[in-house]
Design a protein around this ligand. Structure first.
Ligand code: SF4
Length: 437
């Protein structure tokens, strides 16, 4: 029998880079470690183990991971340093050479961290354990809480799409998910633990069930039918997988929030083709119109990548005009960076780095304009809001069902409570709306 006591009261520090899915996974790893006796390190204490969950979406992400490793090694020089996540899956050997690293775990190994920790000898050189990405078939849904009040339900992992700029399929493997029943059971566990809002996460969640005979729509319907006091948000979903059926369903649903996050990536068909995306801009515009015609109050967030190879100044300009014409609420702007092993590198026409930065600034301004207009269109309207645990001076914040950030005076008893509120004007720093008394 394995002796579990070796981890009793050991201190662990976590650091996560990257997307919501990574945060959900760090939380799931933390939960497993806590069950075996680990406690989270407090400020001023020494950590026995550091877990850094990495991202590799851009070069900057890789650099930030290396910086984080250095920082944690300086903070906790005697701890066992474990590196996992997408960067660890893609460049395990490179990471073992970074000072302070003891153990590198790939995509398939990260949830077996305790077994590896039992065997580790920190006196020996750093070791890495990874599985070839195309051999990873396993998937277990998991749910974890962030440091606010929201829970993240991981419903899917991996991606089969191979967009030309993206390394995620190399880092996370093929698309996979569990059954609707298993996923709904995990949602019930989270609700039992107090979840009032659950965000569905994954790499390509619309692909849920792609290798079974179920669909993402089946999952959405079954979650909506949970007769409990809870609401769900669909996080980022590919426009070609966000079916009209799903949009129509959300428009009348009890528990699925009128909030969409749809990656566009470019507003011209030429660049979408170079990216090998599976839709054109007409389809995207149709999805936005469909949502807005049924739910004029819906929040729509849109991902855009600027400065990819082949995006000439003219194409960028056309892309901006297209995006400006869309009735969306926010842009998430990403600046292209070259990734080893991706098809996009075969395109000769390159965008200088300073130009990429300029384009990013332009779209950030456009995003601010869109968000301001959306918020102002919602002033005076009444929505349910879930208050969060974070405190901002004398105030607390929450998000309405349609993802408007609002604030009220702090009241501990309101944390994780849903309240019907009427939205007022901007707060003093323009980061949220105040609520009307
Ligand atoms: S859909 Fe494209 S961009 Fe998104 S994870 Fe898959 S390959 Fe990457």
């Amino acid at each position: 029998m394995i002796d579990n006591n070796i981890f009793h009261n050991k201190k662990v520090a976590f650091h996560t880079l990257g997307c919501k899915l990574n945060f959900a996974e760090t939380s799931a790893i933390g939960k497993k470690m806590a069950e075996e006796g680990f406690v989270k390190v407090r400020p001023g204490e020494e950590a026995d183990v550091c877990v850094i969950n990495t991202c590799t979406v851009t070069d900057t992400a890789d650099r930030k991971c290396r910086q984080a490793i250095g920082k944690f090694h300086r903070m906790y020089p005697n701890s066992i340093m474990v590196i996992t996540g997408c960067y660890a899956q893609l460049k395990p050997e490179e990471i073992t050479k970074i000072e302070g690293v003891d153990l590198v775990l790939g995509a398939n190994e990260k949830f077996s961290i305790l077994e590896y920790l039992r065997d580790i000898d920190p006196e020996k050189p750093a070791e890495f354990h990874t599985t070839k990405i195309n051999q990873i078939k396993e998937f277990k849904p998991s749910c974890s809480r962030d440091d606010r009040t929201r829970y993240f339900l991981k419903v899917q992992d991996g991606c089969d799409y191979y967009c030309t700029y993206c390394t995620i399929p190399f880092a996370r493997g093929r698309s996979r998910s569990a059954s609707v029943a298993e996923t709904v059971a995990i949602a019930h566990e989270a609700i039992d633990a107090g979840a009032k809002e659950i965000v569905l996460t994954g790499v390509n969640i619309g692909d849920f069930g792609v290798h079974t005979d179920e669909t993402f729509f089946d999952l959405v319907k079954d979650l909506d039918n949970i007769e409990r006091d809870v609401r769900f948000r669909i996080s980022s979903i590919e426009p070609n997988l966000l079916t009209d059926e799903i949009i129509e369903y959300v428009a009348t649903s009890k528990r699925i929030m009128p909030h969409f996050h749809i990656p566009l990536q470019s507003g011209t068909n030429e660049v979408l083709k170079l990216m090998r995306r599976k839709y054109n801009r007409e389809l995207f515009a149709h999805k936005v119109e469909k949502i807005k015609s049924l739910m004029p109050h819906a929040f729509i967030g849109v991902d855009v990548i600027v400065g990819v190879r082949g995006e000439t100044p003219e194409l960028f300009e056309a892309s901006c005009q297209f995006i400006d014409s869309l009735d969306v609420s926010q842009l998430h702007v990403f600046t292209y960076s070259e990734r080893t092993g991706t098809k996009m590198l075969e395109i000769e026409q390159n965008t200088p780095v300073v130009e990429r930065k300029k384009r990013s600034d332009i779209l950030h301004l456009l995003s601010e304009k869109k968000t301001k207009a959306f918020y102002e269109s919602q002033m005076g309207k009444t929505y349910p809001i879930l208050w969060e645990s974070r405190r901002f001076g004398d105030n607390m914040v929450g998000f309405t069902n349609n993802y408007i950030r609002a604030e009220r005076s702090y009241d501990k008893d309101m944390i994780n409570k849903v309240q019907e509120v009427t939205l007022g004007e901007w707060n003093s720093d323009g980061s949220a709306l105040v609520i009307k008394a």
